[in-house]
Structures are given as C-alpha cells and as structure tokens.
Design a protein around this ligand. Sequence first.
Ligand SMILES: [Zn+2]
Length: 107
Amino acid sequence: MKQKIGECECADCGFTACDVGLDKSGHPYAVCWGKECEGAQYFTYGKKPRVRALLERMKFRPLPGFNVAELRARYGLDAAPGPAPVPDPAPSPPPAPAAKPRKTIFG
Ligand SMILES: [Zn+2]
C-alpha cells in the first residue's frame, strides 16, 4: 500500500482494522486482513457508491490529519454522514431591474 489514509471495517467478515489507502489513481481502497479475507482488496475505482460504502458502511476511520471532507467532496458526497440535510431553498435572484423608461419628449 503506497499511502495509508486510515482504517475501516470489513463488510464481509467484520474485521475492524482493515487498511485503507489510495490506489495508483488516487482512489481510496481497503485491504482486509481478517482471517476469512486474508488480504482481500476492496477497490472503489473512484465510483461514488463504492466510495460512499467504504466511508460509511465500512466505517472509515481516517488517520489524524487526513482530510475526509476533501475526499468526500472529490467524489461528490456530502460533507458528513448523518441525517439527511434538509434542502435549503435557495433564495430566488432578485428580478432584473426593469429597463429604464425611455424619456419621451413629453417626459
Ligand atoms: Zn474481511
């Protein structure tokens, strides 16, 4: 593993200290050292649902100093797992100012 970024739990055997690192392309992946998996690797291939599964379902625990928020943002995942945020209706932009009334000779 070139760069370890943290640890996670294995979705298959429940081993809680799988290594999580970055693959050649910089995508996170996990290696399970549990008895049943013996080094089985879980690659995300940079695919959003797989990255999400690694971070959330497999309970990714980053090493101190690793920026998970940045990683999540890179794959289009929201900032933090938890209750779904209530969508905040964006305020509609103010109406474009009306064209200046043309001055007429009577104005
Ligand atoms: Zn496992």
